[in-house]
Design a protein around this ligand. Structure first.
Ligand SMILES: CSC[C@H]1O[C@H](OP(=O)(O)O)[C@H](O)[C@@H]1O
Ligand SMILES: Nc1ncnc2[nH]cnc12
Length: 298
């Protein structure tokens, strides 16, 4: 595994968050993985403290990939191969709850899948079968660290945790009937990006937490105008300032936790015993591809 960059933390920027400011850029990398190239070049930067972070714009800088087109297997594989162990994944979300107004932040702990099977969502198959544990799709230890720094948020924004996200296919927004249905299912926020990103991070044994930024009330609130890209991007101006402030507050403790191996739960090694396929039945080509993310496992 190439750990030459010594970068253990990655930040994924979503809609409206295409770069981080005021960081010393060390290098831009564009690795070809066995699943193709990532969404864009990965920017490796250094904080004043010396902490390095990798930044990847999920839809590409200039936003040219729809949520369904994001090469999520390549994105997660490239980060894993760089040596990343923890990911803060920012996402613009619609709120399905009165108490989560636009500009509030949310750390979900649960996830409902409403994607349509169009997105490659696993590194397994083609002759190597394995099943990752996914009961808790986000990382509680990272959520604890982020939540503790919620007080730095400006513009009156609050931070919520232990909420349920729903990930839809898009790219069109939901109908009112769907929005009401998601509320009745217990979902609190909605986006188009959490899956398969969270699942692939788990297969790569990387600790992954989405940091969601509310941009709108979707379309369930009859008295409110239904969500448009214009509303989302207006609120993303404040959200993106808050995301950068929060990040700077969170990184020192997260870096310390990752480097001292004290981030819990520890996912390292979790995929080692998840394989089902008999040695003699494994497809050597797939085994070779998997070496890129989980060397020596299969
Ligand atoms: C521009 S509104 C819909 C779009 O915004 C979110 O993107 P991201 O999660 O990358 O911030 C949402 O998931 C949709 O892709
Ligand atoms: N209402 C919404 N539905 C899906 N994804 C979103 N991202 C931001 N707002 C959204």
């Amino acid at each position: 595994m190439s750990n030459t960059h010594d970068v253990k933390i990655a930040v994924i920027g979503g809609s409206g968050l295409y770069h981080l400011d005021n960081l010393e850029v060390i290098e831009e990398v564009n690795p070809e993985t066995p699943w193709g190239y990532p969404s864009d070049k990965i920017i490796i930067s250094k904080l004043a403290s010396g902490t390095k972070i990798a930044f990847l714009a999920r839809h590409g800088r200039g936003h040219y990939l729809t949520p369904s087109e994001v090469p999520q297997r390549a994105n997660m594989a490239a980060l894993k191969h760089l040596g990343v162990e923890a990911i803060l994944a920012f996402s613009a979300v619609g709120s399905l709850r009165e108490e989560i107004p636009p500009c509030d932040f949310v750390l979900p702990d649960q996830l409902i899948d409403r994607t349509r099977g169009q997105r490659p969502s696993t590194y397994f198959g083609e002759g190597v079968v394995a099943h990752a544990m996914f009961a808790d799709p986000f990382h509680e230890g990272i959520a604890d660290i982020v939540h503790k720094q919620g007080h730095v948020l400006e513009f009156g924004a609050k931070i919520h945790r232990k909420k349920t996200a729903i990930c839809m296919e898009g790219p069109a927004f939901s109908t009112r009937a769907e929005s009401h249905m998601y509320r009745s299912w217990g979902a609190d926020i909605i986006n188009m990006s959490a899956l398969p990103e969270a699942k692939l991070a788990r297969e790569c044994e990387m600790a992954y937490q989405m940091v969601c930024m509310s941009t709108d009330y979707d379309c369930w609130r009859e008295e409110e105008e239904a969500v448009t890209v214009e509303t989302v991007m207006q609120n993303m101006v404040n959200n993106s300032t808050n995301a950068k402030t929060l990040l700077m507050a969170v990184l020192p403790e997260l870096d310390q936790a990752v480097r001292s191996n004290s981030l819990k739960p520890d996912l390292k090694g979790s995929m080692k015993f998840s394989g089902m396929t008999a040695q003699e039945k494994k497809n050597p080509e797939t085994v070779k591809k998997l070496e890129y993310i989980l060397p020596g496992y299969y």
